[in-house]
Design a protein around this ligand. Structure first.
Ligand SMILES: NC(=O)c1ccc[n+]([C@@H]2O[C@H](COP(=O)([O-])OP(=O)(O)OC[C@H]3O[C@@H](n4cnc5c(N)ncnc54)[C@H](OP(=O)(O)O)[C@@H]3O)[C@@H](O)[C@H]2O)c1
Length: 271
């Protein structure tokens, strides 16, 4: 629960990830997703598709209903770079504000207090509605919450059944932050999973849908990516069934050492 008196900002449970989506296909998928009912679109400066994401959002005619997230490149976290880059993001998106602005990855070479100060300033000036972080560990979440003058509303982290993220999820709850799961279908690995397929059969759902439901049933927001229009529907149709407690537990049992997909080893090497 949020602290008494705090304003509540809701992150839609299902959003669209756009990493690796490019050009007209990207704009078309974003527009189609919003038509289907998606209300959260996730992009990043690093994805080099903010222009197309903005096109898709505007073409949907539903800009005011959609939460657009972008993420600041870790090399651009010093205040001046950050401010300039966010204004460039807005120019590419052709939107007058970002809904949620995140630090994409921590960069130990740039003082976190300065980055958070610059983000708070952009929030006060109306360039972004909310701010948050991505790929922050428990220790970094504690530090960031101590330093930030503005609430940090989420940590966007890799989250799927093959990776035990209980500690970071616990830290987010302690700080009243939402968890947004990236790579929520383990980059497609969930599709061929025997257990998820078996559970899916019992509910008339696919393995990918079971995987996404396992996360959303824990109150974790998901941002699956697909390049196929038909899968937009599939990934969105996950809130009309519930997994039983024993199914939830069995799926949690898929967590394994080395279950992480996105490589963290390069993250401290930012210049
Ligand atoms: N903050 C960060 O550092 C960070 C890191 C990674 C990702 N992200 C964000 O999170 C988003 C999602 O993560 P992700 O792209 O890594 O992986 P993902 O969403 O877990 O998986 C995407 C892959 O799964 C396939 N897929 C999608 N729906 C499917 C379905 N219903 N059945 C079977 N296969 C399906 C897609 O193939 P098709 O295209 O053929 O459908 C694609 O190959 C990204 O796009 C990005 O926005 C953030």
């Amino acid at each position: 629960m949020a602290p008494a008196g705090a304003k509540v900002f809701k992150i839609p449970l299902i959003g669209l990830g756009t990493w690796a989506l490019r050009g007209r296909d990207c704009a078309r998928l974003v527009e189609q997703a919003i038509r289907i009912g998606y209300r959260h679109i996730d992009t990043a400066q690093m994805y080099d598709n903010e222009r197309e994401v903005g096109e898709g959002v505007r073409a949907s005619g539903k800009r005011n209903e959609v939460m657009v997230t972008t993420k600041i490149q870790p090399t651009l976290l010093a205040p001046r770079d950050l401010e300039r880059s966010v204004k460039e993001s807005l120019a590419k998106l052709r939107l007058d504000h970002i809904d949620l602005l995140l630090i994409h990855w921590p960069n130990p070479r740039i003082p976190l207090a300065e980055t958070l100060g610059a983000m708070a300033k952009l929030k006060h000036e109306g360039f972004t509605q909310q701010i948050g972080v991505s790929n922050f560990t428990v220790a970094l979440l504690d530090e960031a919450n101590e330093l930030s003058s503005e609430p940090l509303i989420c940590d966007q982290v890799e989250c799927h059944p093959y990776l035990d993220q209980d500690k970071v999820i616990g830290a987010c709850r302690r700080h009243h932050m939402a968890v947004v799961a990236y790579s929520p279908i383990a980059r497609g690995q969930a599709k061929g999973d025997e257990l998820l397929t078996r559970i899916g059969k019992a509910h008339g759902k696919s393995a990918a849908q079971v995987c996404l439901r396992w996360l959303t049933q824990q109150g974790i927001a998901v941002i699956p990516r697909t390049s196929r229009v038909e899968r937009l529907e599939e990934n969105f149709s996950i809130l009309d069934f519930d997994l039983a407690d024993d199914e939830m537990k069995h799926i949690a049992g898929l967590a394994r050492r080395g279950g992480r997909i996105v490589d963290w080893t390069w993250s401290p090497k930012w210049d």
